[in-house]
Design a protein around this ligand. Sequence first.
Ligand code: ADP
Length: 411
Amino acid sequence: MKVLVINCGSSSLKYELFETVSEQSLAHGIAERVVVGGGREASLRHYVAGRQPVVMKGEMPDHEVAVGYVLSALTDPEHGVISDLGEIAAVGHRVVHGGERFAESVLIDDEVIAAIEQFSELAPLHNPPNLQGIRACRRRLPDLPMVAVFDTAFHQTMPQHAYMYGLPYEFYEKYGIRRYGFHGTSHRYVSEIAAQVLAQRGIPAQQQRIITCHLGNGCSMAAVAGGKCLDTTMGFTPLEGLVMGTRCGDLDPAIVPFLAEVLDADPHEVDSILNKKSGLLGISGLTNDMRDLLQAAHEGNSRARLAIDVFCYRVRKYIGTYTAVLGGVDAVVFTAGIGENNPEIREQCLEGLACLGLHLDSERNEDPSIRGQVADVSTADSPARILVIPTNEELLIARDTAAIVVALQSA
Ligand code: ADP
């Protein structure tokens, strides 16, 4: 079955077409500078394995036009991978916020769309463009089943003591203020692979205790017991938890009114500082890109070094925290841009954690041939595994979509 996966941001649209039986990716790409009302020139970059990438330029005043470009690219006689849109069986959409309603992926109908709209209040930057993508696809491909896969869904198994804040209870009831967590599709994807690795080593699925570290531009961790998420570092919004590229992570909330006062700023300005000017960028004063930070640190830049130290310390602290949450640890997983690609950061995050049974094999950790592979970088006799696992959120969205459509067909 061919499934098209769509991930809409405010001005971008990422897509990937899968053959779900073989789990082969047929084509992927991104439309950028999709701007309401047009204006700037938008472009679509279309990639097919073994071929030169293709760039198409044009006006994309909304996501519906962008979806039109995607469908043209997929069916293009020269650059395409299918001859007819009828070959696409279903569309899977990434949706950021599913609130408390969605603990798993669902078939999209009018009621689901209304619920996603309702949760836009909780994710004002993400759910509206996700919805635009859904509506655009419904108009362009009206006969196809569509599935929503939520970033929050995997974390819905968190117990109430983990997701409540120490705030008056009525704020939870009235405004839905609680911890939701994000990156759930990635945490679920890599924890499922880690579970297979542990099962092969004789640890039964129900007993497995896994800590997943998604370290990319956005960063989060999850504590997973027997396949269920017990806690995660992101909260009501993706701002909580780890120090990220431009986000501050955990903070004393009293800093917010303090900053508002000393900067004579309104809440939105403070929020923007915490989201866009903090984290690695804010501490270093240089960049949010870990590669450039590492280079600067190696050249002796002390603020770059400090930013990296704060970043790794926070990960280490949460590995300790989650080991306590899980009552021990069988595997720590590193994934996403930084986690998959940088041995130095992995090593620093794990410093001093042999006490938890995490023994790193430094040589294997630094072996460039593990790139893009599932790799065990712990020593043979390490009590717990240290795994590097490339994430693939799009594939999980395609899998969920295919499973729901197959169930629908056989119902
Ligand atoms: P996103 O969260 O946007 O999907 P990614 O998962 O692609 O982001 O991660 C982006 C981050 O990964 C950037 O900070 C980038 O510097 C970092 N990164 C990518 N490759 C490396 C590398 N080899 N070493 C260190 N950091 C890397």
